[in-house]
Design a protein around this ligand. Structure first.
Ligand SMILES: Cc1ncc(COP(=O)(O)O)c(C=O)c1O
Length: 389
């Protein structure tokens, strides 16, 4: 039997009655835009994440755009981020006519490398461009946090805003200078995505911005309705960044299950770990497991495994072999953003970010969701064994 890469139907089956009842309620109310469901979701996700405010918006991409808008970032401003992320992280910067400045990732963990960030900032300090750097967007890729203590220290030193792209990391934890904190609450603002395949996924698009700053939250609320504080009166230019009530109602039900689902994903990750350890493929160097950077720090959500991503040798041939054995995999991401055609005007070239380029050649994501069975995990690891032998 082919294994689904993600089995959202199985998730839905388990909560169908709750969800269907709630959808019927919203439909009966005929109130579809913002309103009580969105407000409650904002309060609940903010409380879950440990933020003072949550502002529901139309997508994770829009959450990034509206956050940068609230900080006044625009034409000619520079924003540092990683080239090893989903397009929207840098796309949001470029959409505002600001300039994405890329910085390479750590060899372990796939997130922004604070040492390279420091080098970049020092280099920029000596150039006239420095005055234009306004913000850093660390991305918590695959569900594990970037090294926020180191990134925040550099941001403070250089007086930069920090907007965490937590699209893949709702609920993921980090412990450091600020104690135990959840993704999206360690910088000035954090953005979440509720794209259906995310750990907390809607039945369509949705997103949220988290912040402790009451003034920023107020700005976000105005920007999300075209910049209008009082009906049909516009002081600033905003847009339609609203979240639907139906999505909010569905997400409120799913949020109650999120910790269980995180544990289910961690269980699958542990299952893969022990199977790969028994397979001999780690010793031979054919397969490298995802690093769990914070597991020994006594936090429950050290990694929430939005994706389970291995580094593997001979990746593309392996992927075809697995596909032929009914094992779906995915590549997040095959090409660094610095080499994308749409960013050619930035002037980057091959070789500029070696760790990103290595990751693009080696990463392979396996199915990871609570409903994945032990037998399916056996089948998947057997697929690897048969390829490398
Ligand atoms: C790292 C990252 N940033 C931003 C986004 C954009 O989120 P959305 O698809 O909700 O616009 C995503 C989601 O795909 C993502 O993975």
């Amino acid at each position: 039997m082919p294994i689904p890469f993600l089995d959202l139907k199985a998730q839905y089956r388990n909560i169908k009655d709750e969800i269907d009842g709630k959808i019927a309620e919203v439909v009966a109310s005929q109130r579809f835009i913002l309103g009580e469901e969105v407000q409650k979701l904002e309060e609940e996700v903010a409380a879950y994440s440990g933020a003072r405010h949550g502002v529901g918006v139309s997508s994770g991409s829009d959450a990034l755009i509206i956050s940068l808008m609230a900080l006044g970032i625009g034409e000619g401003d520079h924003v540092i981020t990683t080239p090893f992320t989903f397009f929207a992280t840098a796309g949001a910067v470029a959409r505002l006519r600001a300039v994405p400045i890329f910085c390479d990732i750590e060899p372990n963990g796939f997130n922004l490398d604070p040492m390279k960030l420091e080098e970049l900032l020092n280099r920029k300090l000596t150039s006239k461009n420095n005055a234009r750097i306004k913000a850093i967007i660390p991305v918590h890729l695959y569900g594990q946090l970037a090294d926020m203590d180191a990134i925040n220290a550099l941001a403070e030193l250089h007086d930069l805003y920090v907007v965490e792209d937590a699209a893949q990391a709702v609920g993921s934890e980090y412990t450091g200078a600020q104690g135990i904190k959840r993704a999206g609450t360690l910088g000035d603002m954090g953005t979440l995505s509720f794209f259906p395949s995310k750990n907390l996924g809607a039945f369509g698009d949705g997103g949220m911005v988290l912040t402790d700053d009451t003034q920023l939250a107020e700005k976000l609320r105005v920007l999300r309705v075209h910049g209008s504080q009082n009906k049909y009166i516009y002081q600033t230019l905003g847009g339609n960044f609203r979240l639907d009530a139906l999505q909010a109602a569905i997400l409120r039900i799913k949020l109650k299950h999120l910790d269980d689902w995180h544990r289910g994903r961690q269980r699958v990750a542990d299952g893969y770990r022990s199977r790969f350890q028994d397979s001999g493929l780690l010793e031979s160097g054919a397969v490298r497991l995802p690093a769990e950077l914070y597991r020994d720090r006594s936090i429950a959500h050290y990694h929430t495994y939005h994706q389970y991503v291995l580094s593997v040798q001979d990746r593309d041939r392996l992927q075809l072999h697995l596909r032929d054995s009914g094992i779906p995999t995915a590549i997040y991401y095959p090409l660094g953003l610095h080499l994308q055609e749409c960013f050619s005007y930035l002037g980057y070239k091959k070789g500029d970010f070696p760790q990103t380029e290595i990751a693009c050649q080696e990463v392979l994501a396996l199915p990871v969701y609570p409903e994945l069975t032990e037998a399916q995990q056996d089948q998947i690891v057997e697929g690897f064994r048969s390829f490398y032998s």
